[in-house]
Design a protein around this ligand. Sequence first.
Ligand SMILES: Cc1cc2nc3c(=O)[nH]c(=O)nc-3n(C[C@H](O)[C@H](O)[C@H](O)COP(=O)(O)OP(=O)(O)OC[C@H]3O[C@@H](n4cnc5c(N)ncnc54)[C@H](O)[C@@H]3O)c2cc1C
Length: 639
Amino acid sequence: MISAQLRVAVPEENYHRDLISCQVACPVHTDARGYVRAIAAGRFEEAYLIARGPNPFASICGRVCGAPCEAACRRGKVPRVDDDGNFVATDRSVAIRALKRFVCEQFGPEIRPPEHVLDALRNFVPPVAGGADELAALLRSGVDAGLRVENGPAVAIIGAGPAGLSAAHDLALLGFHPVVFESEPVPAGMLYLGVPAYRLPREVIRREVEVIQALGVEIRCGITVGREVSLARLRRDFPAVILATGAKASRGLGLPGERGPRVYGGVDLLRAVALGGSLDLGREVVVIGGGNVAYDVARTVLRQIAWDTARTAARLPGTAAVKLVSLESLEEMPADTVEIIEGDEEGVERHNGWGPVEILRNGGGAVTGVRFRRCLRVYDENRRFSPVYDDSETMTVPCDTVLLAVGQAPVLTFVEDGGGDIEQVRPGWPKVDPGTLATTAPGVFVAGDLAHGTRLLIDAVASGKAAARSVYQYLTGRKLAPESTTVYLVEPGYRREKGYEAIRRVEPRVCPAPDRLRRPDALVELGYSREQAMREASRCLDCGVTPVFDGARCVLCGGCADVCPTLCLKLVPLSDLAETPEVRAAIQAALGPVEDLAEHSAILKDEDRCIRCAACAMRCPVDAITMERVSYRTTWRIA
Ligand SMILES: Cc1cc2nc3c(=O)[nH]c(=O)nc-3n(C[C@H](O)[C@H](O)[C@H](O)COP(=O)(O)OP(=O)(O)OC[C@H]3O[C@@H](n4cnc5c(N)ncnc54)[C@H](O)[C@@H]3O)c2cc1C
């Protein structure tokens, strides 16, 4: 009988490092595993410092980051098996974002008195430390003195969103004088203008930005480049300019009836609400879109209606309703599951699988409804957007207001005066060198959504930091290169918390649905208590620690495989392995020439199953298995 041969991967140099999937997945490579394990051990201050280290927006990320770390978390891939070894379900990832919020609430800038209170206190009891200045001083002390430039020149940054402010943060730490030009009356870009206050308190934004200002960053709000000052002028006055203007314009769909009163872009509505302005909203609102922004829009409108009703104490005509109509089926919707669930709980009326055809208006031009047709499929076999419709099935949703939440685009008209040498790949999108984020114009760089298209906040942060490094190189002529420090440690007697493998994910507390609409900024997610945080953190698999097998000591007793609770280890004859060049090389390196592969064995490990419990190491009668820890950090040095 010919048995199917097993295809295996042979660990390479960075194999174990790359298993720390949360850190690898984070665009700024935050050591999430490090701070989660510190929380589990009750070392909260250390956890905060790990979380804040590479990320100027740690407190905000703790509230709203899209959390690629969680999507990559290995705990979310571990199969749960019953007593007979049958697959039951996969486990759920560690709630890394909520844990970050927990430590930021203990030690982040949001817990400190506001700067004006500290200033007032300083007049009475000098010197009162704390607040943004203290954290800024701490951050400065961590910068390699060899990198810092003494009295570096001013750098212009257009846009005070997370990309622009992250670039400014790093440039200030490196000794430059960043000046950020922002058209809105407040800094923080979409974090303030887009993310609603029921998800992200304005005070958290203010405090986090205060720290960046305390580093010496100058933010000039209310200045639109292209209006109050030209790009040409900035390029004359500053040796380098970073364009970080994001993607602020709501995309349209070009539907008949789209132009005219009471059809708005979703982000325009969010901006108006964030800045305390008003839009002429009706009582029957249709939101078109199926992503997170559509939910931010729909849930914000619900709150506005509830708030207006409560304040006026009036019975306004008609029933108020917010209907969200999405092209995608429920399973395909790009919005996070939590948004869909919370939207349902709050009363967002969801209609899946419908594509808009026309916005209907009466003779006076007022919106009366939207006509939709059935969408049979949104994506093709290659996951490309390619909707297929059934024109015979249509529905008309009556409404008086339509909000479009179908994506955003940049506005780059300001480059007309002074940016003629900035090539665009298509209108509105500058041509960007992916390595340096440089445009085709000397001294002009790009960061954030404008550089890579709309993504997550943490992508904008990473991009801003990368732009700062490029400006540094451009202005100093000194090349920066990443330097990775990898540390390996043997962990004798490594043990895990009792029963950690069985703990179910602890969800952060949330405000009950009926209470959420009482005030537009009533926080939905309420976070963890200390006990909840430590319990959730103890679910982390500590992926940096892994069993390492010493073939020279192993007596092939198979005890490690027998004792493994997730059946992740397997002892097999070498002849069972598919002979790839890597496998051949590994056998050669370990054993030299081998005549009969069936006489030798290999231990195979299924990484998706291994929960780092150390049972194998404890069981091994000849100490052939050690638990070893790998951790790494990347810093930037002059090349
Ligand atoms: C509604 C909404 C909700 C979101 N929620 C989340 C979330 O929960 N989690 C997450 O991870 N990501 C979220 N995102 C994505 C995230 O906010 C963005 O990826 C991020 O803000 C992009 O950062 P940026 O700095 O590139 O651009 P922006 O944040 O858009 O900032 C650009 C700034 O440039 C300014 N500007 C533009 N033109 C000019 C000019 N000519 N002169 C001066 N200033 C100018 C703008 O006013 C703005 O302040 C959300 C996005 C939106 C729209």
